[in-house]
Write a protein that binds this ligand. Sequence first.
Ligand code: FES
Length: 221
Amino acid sequence: MIDRRTILKGITAIPILAVLGGVGSALLSFLKPNLKPLSIPTAEIPQNKDLVAASLDEFPKEWDVKEFVFTQITPEYSSKGTQQTDIPGYILRVPKVEVLDPTKIGNIGGDLREGYGEADHKGEKYSMVIVSRICAHLGCIFQYHTGDEVCTGFNYCGETGPKGHPLFSCPCHLSVYNPLEVQDVAGIMRVGHVVSGPAPRTPFPFRFVLESGNVIIKGYG
Ligand code: FES
């Protein structure tokens, strides 16, 4: 038979057990969080729209070039929810050179290319360099030079200079990029080797496909 003292002890222990249970539960949930793993809300997935930036017919000769502007749409923690940035770029038809091997340069899977791609169009081979015009040094917009100005104004008269072929050159601190050379950027070979000036790497490439004779820009950066 349970005596009175045992019953009183049991009643006194109830609040202590309740407190211990609460603390224990908090500790257990701390050790094993019940939140779902972090996932990217749909709203944060890049929402870029494809841009048909050119037809290959606009590049009848090697070294023909076209400027374009791609609108990059990225998530932003504001009432608008997104931010739009206009990125200027160049589409440049270049001669086929050995170092621009499409299996190694710009090959990011399937038909998608990054910075460099090739296509057959109306019986001709097109080798296309497509990069941002934002200088990799401090962000000025660089230009495409076909004449002597790179040698006279940009301190670069190398063998692949203006006497050889056109180059990209930045007016701010005289960086010069060679669209026919590649450079290792964090383990990836990218087109637009820096041949002069302070730029630390090649320009950022655009992602694109060459489809049905068109240049379709898919993304950037
Ligand atoms: S911003 Fe182009 S060289 Fe400095």
